[in-house]
Design a protein around this ligand. Structure first.
Ligand code: ADP
Length: 271
């Protein structure tokens, strides 16, 4: 049985300009190349869960504009069921600059994402949230959840909930209000640690890859850890799979285009 995951989160259209080096304030750097890529942590994690074999529903808000069609394309292609609120605000947009070394600057206009509030959940095994939507939406998802509640606490801000599984990176850890339950701490190229009520229970390093773009590595990691645990895999195996999924995303350009399938994770771990 495919695990049923409901994602309550953000949908953005990423407007990406690749340049040789990032401009200083007040400076213009020319010669870039441009792409429009579906993004938003919520949408990225919904697409990742679907590619990894889950049956996914996404609850989100978009605007009545043409950016919505582009922003939803990746979710539609991945077979995610969409429960959308149409807002008077514009579809969320992220302006991303990427330099030759993969370093980024990102400015986000959340638009419709900031309007998401009370949600009603369909039947599920797990609910997955991030912090690119208002507290009201995350709190209502948490209250309504009947299965595993997973929070990727990014971008970090304190929120008074008690997830079954929390995923953070080093920068986000300090702002966690609750550190009980399962907490996965990601460490970039060094991999990740899994803590249960503060005690380390597993540690994994990703297979070595040539990293070209860290965008969505955390999204691939979070989705793979949750789906692997829902599939009944042991915690150390689930963590190793999540690290491999993050490494695959870091080895490819873009957000949603870089997210791996379950077969790709299996192949990397077998190699
Ligand atoms: P975030 O993007 O949320 O800050 P991390 O950078 O910690 O998250 O990346 C999430 C996971 O992706 C890591 O735990 C690791 O498994 C994998 N990963 C990230 N960067 C690399 C890299 N350069 N090489 C291999 N794996 C990576």
């Amino acid at each position: 049985m495919r695990p049923r995951v409901v994602v309550v989160g953000s949908i953005n259209l990423d407007l990406v300009v690749r340049v040789e080096r990032l401009p200083q304030p007040g400076e213009t750097v020319g010669g870039g190349t441009f792409s429009r890529v579906p993004g938003g942590k919520g949408a990225n994690q919904a697409v990742a869960c679907a590619r990894l074999g889950a049956d996914v529903t996404m609850i989100a808000a978009v605007g009545a504009d043409t950016n919505a069609d582009d922003a939803l394309a990746g979710l539609r292609a991945a077979g995610v069921t969409l429960l959308l609120e149409e807002s008077d605000e514009h579809t969320g947009v992220a302006l991303i600059q990427v330099d030759a070394a993969g370093e980024t600057t990102i400015a986000v206009a959340p638009g419709a994402n900031a309007m998401l509030s009370e949600v009603e959940l369909p039947g599920h095994d797990a609910v997955l949230c991030q912090l690119e939507v208002p507290d009201a939406a995350v709190l209502s998802a948490w209250e309504a959840a009947t299965g595993t509640f997973c929070l990727n606490a990014a971008p970090a801000r304190p929120i008074e909930i008690d997830p079954d599984l929390t995923v953070v990176n080093r920068h986000e850890l300090d702002l966690l209000v609750r550190r009980d339950g399962l907490v996965a701490l990601t460490l970039g190229a060094e991999g990740a640690v899994l803590l249960d009520d503060g005690e380390e229970i597993a540690r994994a390093a990703p297979p070595s890859v040539e990293a070209v773009d860290g965008t969505a590595a955390g999204d691939a990691f979070t989705a793979c850890l949750l789906v692997s645990l829902l599939e009944g895999r042991a915690e150390d195996e689930a963590l190793a799979r999540a690290c491999a999924a993050g490494a695959l995303a870091a080895s490819r350009f873009g957000a949603q285009p870089s997210l791996p399938t379950a077969a790709e994770v299996d192949a990397l771990l077998a190699s």
